[in-house]
Design a protein around this ligand. Sequence first.
Ligand code: HEC
Length: 201
Amino acid sequence: MEETQEKKITHNEDDKLMIDHSYDGIQELDNRPPPWIMWLFYITVIWSALYGGYYHWFWQEEVSPQESEYQAELLAATEKQEKLKASNPEKYSFDETKITLFSEAADLDAGKALYAAKGCVACHGNLGEGNAVGPNLTDEAWLNGNTPADVFKVIKHGNPAKGMMAYKDQMTNDEIQKLTSWILVSLKGSNPPNAKAPQGN
Ligand code: HEC
């Protein structure tokens, strides 16, 4: 058995392919890969030359196809965004620069209801007197300013680093505006018992 194996290797075509080295008697044939894999290789080489030429070396336009495609998508998205903003200015274009305080009792009552419903009481007390977590909202001292815009902004965007969360996903601008109005018109100066010492200025 061993003999025939030996013969097979030394007496046929494989002879020519034998590589001239031996590792502890183990030898190696220099077989060519099958044609299909060679073709795959040639085709990828040709393809890379065509691709590089078309996209990198000989492209004459200022912007590449990818770039112009991106610009077109960006433009479409911007247009869509503008349309969306125009469709609902209350939601998308309103910010603290446009805020005015409500003075109607119905709006102030709505603000008061939101104060309880949204859990503000947990950190600012039932009467806005403040507690171990949140500051007093009834006094003249404010950490973040006392203009309607300041208060609106702190409710909408919060001050997460200091423990005041943002409410922009839980309330509409209109609701935040009502809440702001109630705080500044009704709550401020109400002098509740057990008020927390003033913080800020
Ligand atoms: C998890 C506790 C917590 C909850 C809930 C919370 N706040 Fe606050 N709030 C704070 C803390 C803490 C601060 C102080 C932030 C700082 O130091 O700037 C603060 C600050 C504020 C301020 C600014 C006060 C100032 O002196 O500048 C306002 C106004 C305010 N909160 C309103 C609200 C309203 C309205 C709600 C409910 C919608 C609410 N907060 C819910 C903790 C809370």
